[in-house]
Design a protein around this ligand. Sequence first.
Ligand SMILES: [Zn+2]
Length: 141
Amino acid sequence: MTIDWAALRAAATDVAGRAYAPYSRLRVGAAGLTADGRVVTGCNVENASFGLTLCAECGLVSALHAAGVSAVPALVAVDVVAGDGAPLAPCGRCRQLLQEAGGAALLVDTADGPVPLSDLLPAAFGGPDLSARRDPAQPEG
Ligand SMILES: [Zn+2]
């Protein structure tokens, strides 16, 4: 699959313009290319309580599921930018979110060009860790 990084970055920059960021004033947009060729986007949404703030990637992953993308992994490429249109590294929480949506091979745009997510989140925790390490004696919640 050919990845149009310029279009992905343009979509991320566009949605960054709709971010709700009155506290940090750091607008962030994220655009992801799905395995079936769609582009999904998200922007950051801050909250006065700060701890409830949603990163742009949270919105993107929500949009991914809302769009009914069922491929595994669902994402093949992601571009996250600040309001100025330049790449911004996903925070740690979002790297974990992207890992579940796109896997280790997900390409993430950076200031130095696209890199696999495994470069940004080595030795990632994932679903297989849960199934392999469950305590069968622990009652289900
Ligand atoms: Zn984040």
